[in-house]
Design a protein around this ligand. Structure first.
Ligand SMILES: Nc1ncnc2c1ncn2[C@@H]1O[C@H](COP(=O)(O)OP(=O)(O)O)[C@@H](O)[C@H]1O
Ligand SMILES: [Mg+2]
Length: 219
């Protein structure tokens, strides 16, 4: 489904070059649950951005289904991101002034797709927030906020869910619950890629990819 070959990512910081990824070969298959681990600065977030078409590699190829990301126009990349990929981040990034319902609906609005009320409600039910529909993010716990973010990531029916340290801001109990939710989405057929610092959670995915200094050292 997503195939990276020889992917390198070099950031330019003034005159300095930062080699964040140094030759990544990685295949993520349909319906897989993959975790990505590695020390801070290893290149995990850079890899997630490339998997999700948020960024292009400096070198190498990225195949999303039959399409090559490096051959897509900006418009095609935006379309791929919106339709095929759902993102979840450590910081949730909910809009404080919008209700849970409206936060979840937002990506559909951006895609100019009229989302039915029932669609949003069933997503909220799937993440266990059917009783929080009209709350504001500030009225929720961290674990609940991450559930909203997960529902929002699913609203445009993506093929793959990318979660970058989704439990990084949560306590053990909420981390466990969010992991359980990602696992249940995987069992429903979603492809899930999760970055985590939590070795115990990582080990419960189908496959653990270990990054170090921009390289895969174990897969
Ligand atoms: N936008 C950027 N500009 C310059 N350097 C960056 C940028 N993003 C990440 N880096 C650098 O790339 C390396 C890998 O970062 P990152 O992918 O965020 O790693 P991780 O998520 O594993 O902590 C780090 O050295 C980081 O400082
Ligand atoms: Mg990171």
């Amino acid at each position: 489904m997503i195939e990276l070959a020889g992917v390198e990512k070099i950031y330019k910081r003034g005159a300095e070059e930062v080699h964040a990824l140094r030759g990544i070969d990685l295949v993520i298959s349909v319906a897989e649950f993959v975790s990505i681990v590695g020390p801070s600065g290893a290149g995990k977030t850079s890899l997630m951005h490339i998997l999700g078409c948020l960024d292009l590699p400096t070198r190498g190829s990225v195949k999303i289904g039959p399409m090559r990301a490096e051959h897509m126009t900006e418009k095609e990349l935006v379309g791929t991101r919106r339709k095929k990929i759902g993102f979840v981040f450590q910081q949730f990034y909910l809009i404080p002034g919008l209700s849970v319902f409206d936060n979840v609906r937002l990506p559909a609005v951006f895609s100019r797709r009229p989302a039915q009320k029932g669609e949003i409600e069933s997503l909220l039910e799937m993440v266990g927030l059917q009783n929080r529909t009209h709350h504001l993010p500030g009225q929720l716990s961290g674990g609940e906020m991450q559930r909203v973010a997960i529902a929002r990531a699913l609203v445009n029916t993506p093929e793959i869910l990318l979660a970058d340290e989704p439990t990084g801001n949560l306590d053990t109990e909420n981390s466990e619950k969010i992991f359980g939710l990602l696992k249940s989405l995987h069992l429903r057929g979603y492809t899930v890629v999760m970055v985590t610092h939590n070795q115990e959670l990582a080990g419960r995915a189908d496959r653990v990819v270990t990054l170090k200094d921009g390289r895969i050292v174990k897969s």
